[in-house]
Design a binder for this molecule. Structure first.
Ligand SMILES: Nc1ncnc2c1ncn2[C@@H]1O[C@H](COP(=O)(O)OP(=O)(O)OP(=O)(O)O)[C@@H](O)[C@H]1O
Ligand SMILES: [Mg+2]
Length: 236
């Protein structure tokens, strides 16, 4: 007998999201069908305003679809109340943002440990896990530095450590290299690739940069709220 196939990281069926703005409805996503398997490395690309961030917010359980089905790790998000949805998000997903979103005057160690505070992890364990996560991104020598004392590349690596400290299945990154120069951008990409290869965490990133997109194994092209093309993937 073969083992049952693990649930996909994400499955979307006819996923839609509309925003109401001054009495006008903006259809940001207009029926997205998508399957992203565990452990994939995917780039989402497309013009400004095409719905990439909207899609990332839905995948990350920060927002709910207007209609359609979204399953995260096999769980239909429509069956979860807000508390359960937040729990699913906390144990499944790590986020990395273009502008890092770190507490500027708080030491790196405490920035990284913060998600564990919300989970009720005891202090000694928080410090041990945050230290390990910072070592994993090559910042074991910067535990006491504050983000305001760090380079952009270092700050993004702290943010990646924070995304990883809760042991997520997926890291979602919206323009993770958008505020970095070429060298730091390459370092961050190399780090995401290594994490994906070594620990099997899936990576889904949005990028405008062709060189960044070219490094992903699969590229999903979004246009006008629809998936226009999907190339190079295995998880379909
Ligand atoms: N909170 C909101 N309220 C109203 N409209 C919104 C909201 N968020 C996004 N939109 C609209 O939805 C569409 C998709 O926006 P989205 O932010 O997903 O695009 P994007 O592909 O991420 O663009 P960019 O590359 O510029 O970041 C746009 O037309 C945008 O104006
Ligand atoms: Mg965006």
């Amino acid at each position: 007998m073969t083992a049952p196939e693990p649930a996909a990281a994400f499955e979307a069926v006819d996923l839609r999201r509309s925003y109401q703005l001054d009495g006008v409805s903006v259809d940001a996503l207009r029926g997205v069908d998508l399957r992203i398997g565990q452990g994939e490395f995917v780039a989402i690309v497309g013009p400004s305003g095409s719905g990439k961030s909207t899609l990332m917010h839905l995948l990350g359980c920060l927002d709910r679809p207007t209609s359609g089905v979204l399953r995260v790790g096999g769980v239909d998000v429509a069956t979860l109340d807000d508390t359960r949805l937040a729990e699913l998000r906390n144990r499944t997903i790590g986020f990395v943002f273009q502008s890092f979103h770190l507490l500027a005057r708080t030491p790196a160690l405490d920035n990284v440990a913060l998600p564990l505070v919300y989970r009720g992890v005891p202090k000694a364990e928080r410090r041990a896990r945050a230290t390990a996560a910072l070592r994993a991104v090559g910042l074991g020598h910067r535990l006491g530095h504050r983000p305001s004392q760090m380079s952009g590349g270092e700050q993004q690596r702290v943010a990646i450590a924070r995304a990883l400290v809760g042991d997520p299945k997926v890291v979602l990154a919206d323009e993770p290299t958008g505020n970095l120069d070429t060298r730091n951008g390459e370092e961050v990409m190399g780090l995401l690739e290594r994490l994906n290869a070594d620990s099997g965490v899936a990576v889904v990133l949005v990028t405008h940069e062709a060189e960044v997109a070219a490094r992903a194994r699969r590229r999903i092209h979004v246009r006008d709220g629809l998936v226009e093309a999907d190339s190079g993937g295995a998880g379909r």
